[in-house]
Design a binder for this molecule. Structure first.
Ligand code: ZN
Length: 476
């Protein structure tokens, strides 16, 4: 019985291999097409698990199982995070790393239907499209592995399972623990409303929690004997809201109160507020972070409470764009083509646009032109830190409604359907094809490294994460 189970499991997990062709690029692409059904199943599973940061046990295992079944050596639980892993195949240089993310977002429960509808009993959802992200990257790594195993190309491929991207934790601590630094090139992608080679900066972003301690007391009979830690949090927010007027326009400051006390008749003895502070350049984040700290200290003085902790969980640098890698990826995207959608899929997406105003299309079906100069993105990612140590090439593939906001129910809905999976297939192929180009051309790798040196050399890497700090065990 057990043997039978083992045999059938192997059959399920060992994917079809159309690798007789001579050209490793078209063979890699053919492998991805031949295994489309398995990849869709992996996406649907991760999508339905909808596990949030550092708790992605089943999602991480889903990817690890497919990689192990396809001949990768998988090291799980790396860098002090149970859901972080590295899967490797091959030997020698070049070493190409591919990034996979799989964390969902809290508060984004949504069914795979074209109107706003919670999934009963589920609190989180893939509002950033990380189920298709992780699956496509894994597919690309396995497709590349087939080409390496056939002898058509030489080198090493590593698939990094990077948890808790939404809070910038996974890659930050994997990098601090020494991963990635041996890689020659890192390739990644992201779910998006459009298909494009990414030639842009992201914003830098520090994630920091401020904890205050006061004194508990009956809020009605003896308030004069209490000191409210919640007052400190509120005063800090007032201070930060005045600060906003006098920072550079590209700065973003947002917060949630993670502890605001227990109930109104007890003066809150402890309180915590969690801030993201972003700017286009990390140097500005460093400066404004000091300002934030001074406001926190002032709020403690005003409320006669104590600022007991300033906990920096993550500090993401802006992504440094790479012209050569963007060019390689763009060429491959043009050759592969953007996803094409059926009328039914367009109808689904159009229904999700109901509250988004007038939009020119339901779903994008073209590859965007490669910009002449790097653009400036508005989001942040822990991919940024890696790009300060290794040349990073990225792309986006149309996986959801055109015009949908980031972190929205529309993204959850689409990535749980064939819409997201069509973009997923394009992303997998573009990463695999670009990797094959890089394995085949030492010149390209050299050129990407020269681009990297040029942009990186004048910059100093400063992190606000205290030295020696280990990965947190939980997000909050
Ligand atoms: Zn994301």
């Amino acid at each position: 019985m057990r043997l039978l189970l083992l045999v059938s499991l192997t059959l399920v997990l060992t994917l079809a291999t159309p690798f007789a062709q001579a050209d490793p690029k078209s063979a890699s692409i053919a492998w991805i097409d031949a295994n489309a059904e398995t990849l869709k199943r992996v996406n649907r599973n991760i999508w339905s698990y909808a596990e949030t940061g550092l708790e992605e046990t089943k999602s991480s295992k889903e990817l690890q199982d497919v990689l192990a079944a396809n001949g990768f050596a998988v090291e799980a639980g790396v860098s002090g995070m149970p859901t972080a892993f590295v899967a490797s195949f091959g030997s020698g240089r070049p070493v190409i790393g591919i990034l996979a993310e799989f964390d969902a977002l809290p508060g984004l429960s949504q069914d795979a239907v074209p109107e706003r509808k919670d999934r009963p009993g589920v609190a989180a959802g893939h509002g950033c499209g990380h189920s298709v992200f992780g699956t496509a990257s894994t597919a690309a790594a396995i497709a590349v592995k087939q080409a390496l195993a056939s002898g058509a190309i030489k080198g090493t491929v590593k698939l990094y399972g990077t948890p808790a991207e939404e809070t910038g934790i996974g890659k930050t601590y994997m990098l601090r623990e020494g991963l990635f630094k041996e890689d020659d090139i890192i390739l990644s992608w992201h779910a998006a409303p459009v298909t494009a080679a990414a030639y842009d900066y992201s914003k830098a972003n520090v994630s920091v929690k401020f904890r205050f301690e006061g004194l508990p007391a009956h809020a009605s009979t003896s308030p004069f004997q209490g000191r409210s830690a919640l007052d400190a949090v509120e005063l800090m927010s007032v201070g930060v809201n005045y600060m906003r007027e006098h920072v550079k326009e590209d700065t973003r400051i947002h917060y949630v109160i993670t502890n605001g006390g227990g109930q109104p008749n007890v003066v809150p003895p402890s309180a915590e507020v969690w801030y993201y502070l972003r700017a286009n350049k990390h140097a500005d984040v460093e400066e404004y972070f000091q300002w934030l700290n001074e406001i926190a200290n002032a709020a403690a003085s005003m409320s006669r409470t104590k600022l007991t902790a300033v906990q920096v969980d993550a500090d993401m640098h802006e992504v440094l764009p790479n012209r050569t890698l963007a060019g390689v990826i763009h060429q491959n995207l043009e050759a592969i083509g953007a996803p094409r959608f059926t009328e039914e899929e367009k109808g689904f997406a159009r229904s999700t646009q109901k509250d988004l105003g007038s939009l020119p299309m339901a779903l994008s079906e073209r590859v965007e032109p490669l910009p002449e100069v790097p653009q400036q993105g508005l989001a942040s990612t822990d991919v940024g830190d890696l790009s300060w140590f290794v040349p990073v090439g990225q792309l986006t593939a149309a996986t959801y409604t055109f015009g949908a906001p980031g972190h929205s129910w529309q993204i959850v809905a689409c990535t749980g359907t064939s819409i997201g999976e069509k973009g997923m297939m394009v992303a997998a192929k573009a990463i695999a094809a670009s990797a094959v180009d890089l394995y085949r051309s030492p010149e390209l790798v050299k050129k990407a490294k020269a681009d990297f040196d040029e942009i990186r050399k004048p910059l100093e890497f400063v992190t606000l994460v205290p030295e020696g700090q280990k990965a947190p065990k939980a997000i909050r």
